[in-house]
Design a protein around this ligand. Structure first.
Ligand code: NAD
Length: 475
């Protein structure tokens, strides 16, 4: 157990925490789950706070956001320990509070980028567009990097002048609840940011179909994304931004820097114990170097340090919870019947750590139509297949309903550009793979991996309506 003395488990609505307080038994904590009434109250508080928040200038809104950023930066210890305790994230890999803070810092200044256009192209008129906030925005986030998504959604929504209700994941609510205490300390007007916890049913579903929520930004699974999109369509057709799952391919040619390709692709599927949307869970290696690649990949995968996520020496934590562990087990069993297990496949991690651990697992030469090649596993489980030609591997890499991230390793610039163009993914890495991103580049999915894009310089528009104003001039 870390150094946290008192854990915040209450809802944060209209600038106040809820009445139910924490009860804890050992490392188990009872959390307040938002009811239908709580969720409605959070939306009502956000709606009431909207007129005065949207009337502020961007720099005035920025003052609060900068204060929150400073508090987030200062809370590394508390937030890293809370995430370790709730979903097993090793503190040694924690950066989310700083990422969240820097997003708030950026958007504290970026509100001025909400700009319309003007046009004199219609004779007798001066025409223009206004960019205006929607009103109440909902944010629904997953458990794998909660505060990163808190920042990615709440900061641009606020900078654009909206007020927000954020629902954290039932698997990792503690860091968001703690961040709500920082919102209070930063002095935000009541109702501008409301933070609730709870399962998809009740609170998530209510937000998705709420008539007073005009935009909803979601990060999570494709299954839930579909439910949210349908609920939005059936209610008020709110603007929905969806950042969903992946089954990302990495293609490795024999002319690449092999050491870099092995290190990067192994890190991609290992980081956060494989619980990353863009993790390269399908690796295609050119036949001529396949044996060398697999041998080095296995050596890297064996060098993890599994154990208590609160121990700074740990690099490999457990899966988030029993449900996640069960899911990965189910896929491992399926994989054993369809592919060739070359490493792992068990829960016996090096050092004998106890908990929901999964050993880094490698399947070789799995048939392309096997379930473990098609579905997102969300664990440290990778398929390494081989190829002979460019045409063959492009077809295989693209034969997926997902399209979040793809990578190619080669020193041939022409081939790199052919692949950058042909790969069906929202982001393509050339001689790099996920989680490599660029803050100011749009991030999002092709195909069922989502709709809409997030990123500095891109997210503000997700939270702004465009109004055309036509002004007739007397001649
Ligand atoms: P999930 O879809 O199970 O849950 C995400 C959130 O949705 C949670 O807060 C949950 O309570 C809520 N929810 C569940 N049912 C709902 C409903 N009916 N209505 C409204 N909300 C509902 O996903 P998860 O297991 O928390 O996260 C893992 C998934 O997220 C993976 O598929 C991963 O690929 C994806 N993900 C995507 C990105 C991205 O940027 N594209 C980033 C991280 C994770």
């Amino acid at each position: 157990m870390g150094s946290i003395q008192k854990i915040e488990t209450r809802l944060f609505i209209n600038g106040k925490v809820g009445v139910l307080f924490t009860s804890s038994q050992g490392t188990h904590h009872t959390l307040h789950e938002a009811s239908e009434e709580d969720t409605d109250a959070a939306v009502a508080a956000a709606k009431a706070a909207f007129p005065s928040w949207s009337a502020l200038g961007p720099d005035q809104r920025g003052v609060y956001m900068k204060k929150l950023a400073a508090l987030l930066h200062a809370s590394y210890k508390e937030l890293s320990e809370l995430e370790a305790m709730s979903m097993g994230r090793p503190v040694s890999t924690y950066f989310d509070n700083h990422a969240c803070a820097s997003t708030f810092e950026h958007y504290a200044e970026a509100g001025y980028e909400a700009q319309g256009v003007s046009s004199l192209n219609t004779p007798g008129f001066v025409n223009m567009t206004f960019k205006q906030p929607y009103g109440v925005v909902a944010a629904i986030i997953p458990w794998n990097l909660p505060l990163v998504f808190f920042g990615n959604k709440v900061a641009p929504a606020l900078a654009a002048g909206n007020t927000v209700v954020l629902k954290s994941s039932e698997k990792a609510p503690l860091s968001s609840a703690y961040a709500a205490t920082l919102v209070e300390k930063a002095g935000f007007p009541p109702g501008v940011i409301n933070v609730i916890s709870g399962h998809g049913q009740t609170s998530g579903a209510i937000l998705s179909s709420h008539m007073d929520v005009r935009a909803l930004s979601f990060t999570g699974s494709c299954r839930t994304g579909r439910l949210i999109q349908a609920a939005a369509a059936k209610s008020n057709l709110k603007n929905v931004i969806l950042e969903l799952g992946g089954k990302s391919p990495a293609v490795v040619f024999s002319d690449c820097d092999l050491e870099t390709a092995v290190t990067d692709t192994q890190n991609s599927i290992e980081w956060n114990s494989g619980q990353v949307c863009m993790a390269n869970s399908r690796i295609y290696v050119e036949e001529s170097i396949a044996d060398k690649f697999v041998e080095r990949f296995k050596a890297k995968a064996a060098s993890i340090s599994a154990g208590d996520p609160l121990d700074p020496a740990t690099t490999h934590g457990p899966q988030a919870d029993a449900a996640q562990w069960d899911t990965v087990q189910k896929y491992l069993e399926m994989g054993k019947t369809s592919g060739n297990l070359a490493m792992g496949g068990t829960t016996n991690v090096a050092g004998g750590a106890k908990g929901y651990f999964i050993e880094p697992s490698i399947f070789l030469r799995t048939p392309e139509d096997a379930v473990i090649m098609k579905e997102e596993i969300f664990g440290p489980v990778v398929n390494i297949n081989t190829f002979k030609t460019e045409e063959e591997v492009i077809a295989k890499a693209n034969d997926s309903e997902f399209g979040l991230y793809a990578a190619v390793y080669t020193t041939d610039i022409n081939r790199a550009m052919r692949f950058a163009k042909a790969l069906e993914a929202g982001t393509v890495g050339v001689n790099c793979t996920s989680p490599t991103l660029a803050k100011d580049m749009p991030f999002g999915g092709y195909k069922s991996s989502g709709s809409g894009r997030e990123g500095l310089g891109h997210s503000l528009n997700n939270f702004l309506e465009t109004k055309t104003v036509l002004i007739k001039i007397n001649q």
